[in-house]
Design a protein around this ligand. Structure first.
Ligand SMILES: C[S@@+](CC[C@H](N)C(=O)[O-])C[C@H]1O[C@@H](n2cnc3c(N)ncnc32)[C@H](O)[C@@H]1O
Length: 262
């Protein structure tokens, strides 16, 4: 098993995980940075199951529109179902490096936790630049998995698990090059904000223990350097640390903003 697969079962899993408190906090931060206004046309690149699309439809109102693009048919089906009551929405199946959208047709674009899975993120950013009108805004959000700070009494096993998890995507620390990539794609006014997601409890609503713990356990069980037994033992330790009040998880996620000036 290599890169995470966005199939039917992942779409079902995301229906639950994307309702948790920290993922809702992340959506609120992205929407605040995007500042979509009534009447605007917004492009969601790698829209997944469509949580952002649904929320943005409320923000742009009946005179605006939202287009969601994703490569996974299962994600697009979930997104279309979520937004079925709206007429001003369109979902398109495509790779982010070949967006099937008109030149300069959008006021704003967002791309949340997608580019870290993409081979050529700069090409995808150039596509978003092309899709925006002059003055149009982009918000790009990715996790720097290299910032994960996770307590364990077995630090070597923790390190092995985290390095095995790095194989689930193409760029484990994409935020480190995102500013340069945005400028290379033609964007100006590049800004970046880091947001720490931390927990000291086995909290099902927290990013670390409600989302990452489950995904990592499942993923590294299929990796040769860890395997099912070690994965189970690693996750069991976290549950025990949680029960004793000794758990600690933190990681930094980055929100980049930029503008197409001309
Ligand atoms: C972690 S999910 C994020 C979904 C959504 N942006 C959100 O935050 O709610 C990543 C999404 O990116 C999509 N994706 C990954 N690589 C892609 C590519 N090359 N082209 C289009 N979509 C892609 C996946 O299918 C998946 O739906």
């Amino acid at each position: 098993m290599s890169q995470l697969v966005f199939d039917e079962s992942r779409a079902r899993q995301m229906e639950t995980l994307y309702r948790t408190r920290d993922v809702r906090r992340r959506r609120a931060l992205v929407r605040e940075a995007l500042a979509a206004r009534a009447g605007e046309r917004v492009l969601d690149v790698g829209c997944g199951p469509g949580f952002f699309v649904e929320e943005l439809l409320d923000e742009v109102g009946p005179d605006g529109a939202v287009v969601g693009v994703d490569v996974s048919p299962q994600m697009l089906a979930a997104a279309a179902q979520r937004c079925a009551r709206h007429g001003n929405v369109d979902f398109r199946s495509a790779d982010v490096t070949a967006l099937p959208v008109e030149e300069a047709g959008f006021d704003a674009a967002l791309c949340v936790q997608v580019l870290e899975y993409v081979g050529d993120p700069t090409a995808a950013l150039a596509q978003m630049h092309r899709a925006l009108r002059p003055g149009g805004r982009v918000v790009v959000w990715d996790v720097d998995w290299g910032t994960v700070s996770w307590h364990s009494a077995e630090p070597e096993r923790m390190e092995r698990v985290l390095r095995a998890w790095d194989a689930h995507l193409t760029h484990p620390s994409l935020p480190r090059t995102l500013g340069a990539r945005l400028r290379a794609a033609g964007f100006a006014q590049v800004g970046a904000e880091g947001h720490v997601f931390a927990t000291t409890a086995l909290d099902p609503e927290a990013f670390g223990t409600g989302v990452v713990l489950k995904l990592v356990e499942e993923y590294v069980a299929g990796r040769p350097e860890v395997g099912p037994e070690q994965a189970r033992a690693w996750a069991a330790e976290q549950r025990e640390l949680g029960a004793r009040g000794e758990l600690f998880f933190a990681c930094t996620q980055f929100c980049f903003t930029a503008v197409r000036e001309r």
